[in-house]
Design a protein around this ligand. Structure first.
Ligand code: PRP
Ligand code: URA
Length: 210
């Protein structure tokens, strides 16, 4: 297994991924599942956030206890499908800011084309989690990371639902410093660069466009 790749084997995550793959799952159910998965995964992705000790007065006594040390976070969904993961993340991380990167895969070249970018003003002070349900060839993820690094961002994590070996290899080769968090690692891509067995086109299933 590759280093810096974290695959979440929690039963709740695996169960929801199975429901997500099912072609009979409706758009409404698909959207709910993506949100729930993002929330469950947020729990693990934030495992290394620093804590600081504080004193809090309980009804009984003074407690020396721990709170988040104020590490600033931003989540950056890759449009469109990454949008489906935003609310789930914000449920657990209400203090996070949200940036957006618009990329689509050119259907002929399969290379990512950038069409939108809006990031928080203080983004270089923040740790970034890029969100996209699918890591297929890795072209979109790698371009998004390059894009953020060009703007001076140094601490970046990538979180997806399903990853193909090709995408993991590409992202690790281009950006070995970026840890990859995913719920499933599927065996391969097909001739159209769709993940097999995957779940189909995440954007279309999320927004009901096909
Ligand atoms: C999908 C997906 C990723 C990308 C993954 O988006 O959400 O962004 O493909 O493929 P890659 O790893 O080969 O780059 P798509 O380009 O279909 O755009 P959409 O979200 O607007 O549907
Ligand atoms: N994008 C998707 O939405 N699905 C895939 O399987 C690959 C890329």
């Amino acid at each position: 297994m590759e280093s810096n790749v974290f695959i979440f084997d929690h039963p709740l995550i695996q169960h929801k991924i199975s429901l997500l793959r099912d072609k009979r799952t409706t758009t409404k159910e698909f959207r709910e599942l993506v949100g729930e998965l993002a929330m469950l995964m947020a729990y693990e992705v934030t495992r290394d956030l620093p804590l600081k000790e504080v004193e809090i007065e309980t009804p009984i006594a003074i407690a020396k206890t721990q709170v988040l040390a104020g590490k600033k976070l931003a989540i950056v969904p890759i449009l469109r499908a990454g949008l489906g993961m935003v609310d789930g993340m914000l449920n657990l991380l209400p203090m996070a800011k949200v940036g957006h990167i618009g990329l689509y895969r050119d259907p002929k070249t399969l290379e990512p084309v950038e069409y939108y970018c809006k990031l928080p003003d203080d983004v270089t002070e923040r740790e970034i989690v890029i969100l996209d349900p699918m890591l297929a060839t890795g072209g979109s993820a790698s371009a998004a990371v390059t894009f953020l690094k060009e703007r001076g961002i140094t601490q970046i994590k990538f979180m997806c639902l399903i990853a193909a070996p090709e995408g993991i290899a590409r992202l690790q080769k281009d950006h070995p410093d970026v840890p990859i968090f995913c719920a499933a690692r599927d065996p391969r891509l097909n001739d159209h660069a769709y993940i097999v067995p995957g779940l189909g086109d995440a954007g279309d299933r999320l927004f009901g466009t096909k």
